[in-house]
Write a protein that binds this ligand. Structure first.
Ligand SMILES: [Zn+2]
Length: 247
């Protein structure tokens, strides 16, 4: 574990719940299992445990109770509906809040694992979130829908973060995927985009919609569900096909 705050370099460190305990209201108590798989450089990890227990001690109290708490507050009124698949509409402001919250949560999940597995997300991406409180222009976010797991045969919470080689792509790249209940959020970190260019947004699909940068409102639940067996293919695409266009 780090000795100083991974965001601001401050101390002392405080414990942070990776998933907030207030999410309990959104989780069906009869489906309890947590699954975490990470494949990075061929590594594979899995464990089963109650979903809201994970804590990490890598952030200072100023960050924890300040801007990180504000990111929690920004999603609190709609996140339970997303997780449960209840009807709602996400406007662009909600999509911004969700993208920032998902990025923060993916960064905290990094610290539930050993250092060699954790190296996928570079320190600069932590610093950028601390400064901006939102994803950068070198990131894309999208929101997918899955049916709520019927029982413990499917994971209630599933998160994966895959790094991509630096040579072919000319920089750091990774994809973080976080599924909780019906909600699947992905943050795709492309190699740094040159000035004057921006990433081409992903195509809107019946089960997967672009969310960062936000476009139009998203009506939830989406009209189609991603089959759970496609989770691995979604989170670990064989190649990262990202294009840029003049901004
Ligand atoms: Zn801090």
């Amino acid at each position: 574990m780090a000795k100083v705050c991974v965001f601001c370099g401050g101390a002392p460190l405080t414990k942070e719940h990776v998933l907030p305990r207030w999410l309990k209201v959104a989780l069906d108590p009869s489906v309890r299992k947590f699954r975490y798989i990470r494949l990075s450089g061929g590594g594979f990890q899995r464990h089963d445990a109650p979903p809201l227990n994970d804590q990490v001690k890598v952030v200072c109290s100023g960050c924890n109770s300040g801007w990180m708490n504000q990111l929690e507050e920004g999603v609190r009124h709609f996140l339970p509906a997303l997780i449960q698949g209840k009807p709602c509409v996400l406007d662009t402001r909600a999509q911004r809040a969700l993208a920032a919250w998902a990025l923060k949560t993916l960064l905290m999940f990094q610290y539930t694992h050993r250092p060699e597995v954790r190296a996928v997300i570079p320190a600069g991406d932590f610093a950028a979130l601390h400064t901006r409180r939102q994803p950068t222009e070198s990131m894309l976010g999208r929101l997918g829908f899955m049916n709520y797991p019927p029982d413990d045969s499917e994971p209630l919470v599933d998160t994966l973060c895959q790094g991509y080689g630096t040579t072919e792509l000319g920089g750091v790249a990774w994809i973080g995927t976080l599924k909780i209940g019906c909600m699947v959020v992905q943050i795709i970190r492309a190699p740094d985009v040159a000035d004057g260019y921006k990433l081409t947004p992903f195509e809107a699909l019946p089960s997967l919609r672009p969310m960062w940068p936000p476009e139009g409102p998203i009506k939830w639940p989406l009209v189609a569900a991603i089959p759970p067996e496609l989770m691995t293919a979604l989170a670990l695409p064989e190649s990262l096909d990202l294009n840029t266009m003049p901004g």
